[in-house]
Design a protein. Sequence first.
Length: 193
Amino acid sequence: MITTLSGRLRQTGFTLLEVMLVLLLIGLLATTVVLNFSGDSPEQRLNKETERFQQVFQFIAETAMLKQQEWGLVLNPGSYQFVYFDGEKWQLAEQIKAATEYKLADDIQLQLELEGLPGAELSLLSQLNWQDDDEVADSEQPPVLPQVFMLSSGEISPFRLSFQLGDGPDKVSQTVGTDFTIPLNRSDVITVR
């Protein structure tokens, strides 16, 4: 009778391996649920976009110095891209993937500030005639001209670029810019009221 009672007690419990397996499965399911339902906050989304811009801009500015070429930043509504001057005209930089047109999310707007920055009145770059007048008349589409210049000497035309996300009281903003050289300065994400 003693052997039968001890045999029953062994069969009624769970083994340590079974308990650990159940805990592992619960942990995996909880992780999946948390990852699926936790999206980036607006501040995190905006910070990712400005960080990407900052890194690509620095890469292109360093490329301009290494290749001894003049490069520029072209801003369009909802996107930005980089161009280079081939000695005759501005060309789209299709050979460098990071320099091609990058489209932002629909709810992110760009606002460029060039006026009123240190050295803006001394910048003669924007006053130069970068395109041949005959070329402009012959072409069907307007020439691509950059708003911000990155020179082979390492100088950059002063600018401030604001990335803004959202509307109304939930609008957040972050600014990236420089006064003449890299690295770019990036502000904290702020809520615009």
